[in-house]
Design a protein around this ligand. Structure first.
Ligand code: FMN
Length: 278
């Protein structure tokens, strides 16, 4: 995960070609984002380097004053970018927040170095990027197999986060606390995503873990309904009292089977600005 590794290009094609950049952009814009704000920008630095920036014009000042939702969204986009890089047969060397003092909006530098061909599991997750959707209605009540949850737990762990399954009465109580989480099935299969810390780096980690979990679920035909609201409304100084053995909870997600969901068009900048006050 260091940016200091030299880029050797012995016989390897440059990865940031015009088609390659289009593929990366496609992967990035398909990531889930808080209120569909898509608060990121991608910059091609040279043939081997891309930069991911936070688009602070798209920060939701009222509902996301600390930028936590923005950070998680950009983390999800970063995971997709990493996958898109892997599809070119390069490894993605990621430097997270490389210059926090001078350029806090520069969230990650991604350098491509020649690597092994993409593995089957990486190809599968990459294929799932355009198919993943956020569901909002109750699921049909059929619980996803335990093996899928085991895979999702591993997916979160691989990104340095912890996914904990919550079921039964506890799940219903947690969901009842969540304003705007709407209706849900009688026996919800809920999972909470945790990170050890609760700062910008952790939010980026949570986002990468979230997207890996969601793509893993999608690959198994399992849908997810997200809710960050009960967590995001608390001021950062009060969030410390929520630290448990798993760390800080960053996201709640219900998993199940539901009807197909259409792709949501991106909000325009004007809608995004209005959403700040909504
Ligand atoms: C940090 C974050 C917080 C989110 N919070 C919620 C939420 O509270 N309720 C909800 O229904 N969806 C939530 N979402 C899902 C977004 O609304 C969704 O990703 C966006 O509308 C784009 O739709 P898509 O995921 O189907 O591409 C959240 C997503 C992210 C990344």
């Amino acid at each position: 995960m260091s940016a200091d590794v030299p880029v050797t290009e012995i016989g390897a094609p440059p990865f940031a070609t015009r088609a390659g950049v289009r593929r990366m952009l496609g992967a990035v814009v398909a990531a889930p984002s808080v209120r569909n704000t898509r608060p990121w920008r991608l910059r091609r630095v040279d043939d081997a380097t891309m930069e991911l920036y936070a688009d602070l014009d798209r920060l939701l000042f009222v509902t996301d004053p600390t930028g936590r939702g923005l950070g998680i969204s950009c983390g999800a986009a970063l995971f997709n970018l990493r996958l898109a890089v892997r599809m070119t047969g390069h490894d993605a060397l990621v430097s997270v927040l490389p210059d926090p003092a001078e350029r806090p909006d520069l969230l990650a530098t991604v350098r491509a170095v020649p690597g092994a061909p993409p593995r089957a599991d990486e190809r599968l997750l990459h294929e799932m990027i355009p198919r993943r959707r956020t569901h909002r209605l109750p699921f049909d009540g059929q619980p996803p197999p335990r093996t899928v949850f085991v895979e999702m737990v591993h997916a979160a762990h691989a990104e340095g986060a912890t996914l904990v399954l919550v079921t039964g009465r506890t799940a219903r109580r947690v969901l009842d606390l969540a304003p705007g989480s709407g209706r849900f099935e009688a026996d919800p299969r809920l999972a909470a995503l945790f990170t050890q810390g609760d700062g910008p780096r952790d939010w980026l980690r949570a986002g990468q873990a979230l997207e890996r979990v969601l793509l893993t679920a999608t690959a198994r035909g399992v849908s997810a309904s997200l809710s960050a609201r009960p967590l995001g409304l608390r001021a950062p100084q009060h969030r410390g009292d929520r630290v448990g053995p798993f760390g800080h909870v960053q996201m709640l997600a219900r998993f199940g089977y539901g009807p197909p969901v259409r792709r949501v068009p991106p909000r325009s900048v004007i809608e995004t600005r209005e959403a700040r006050h909504g």
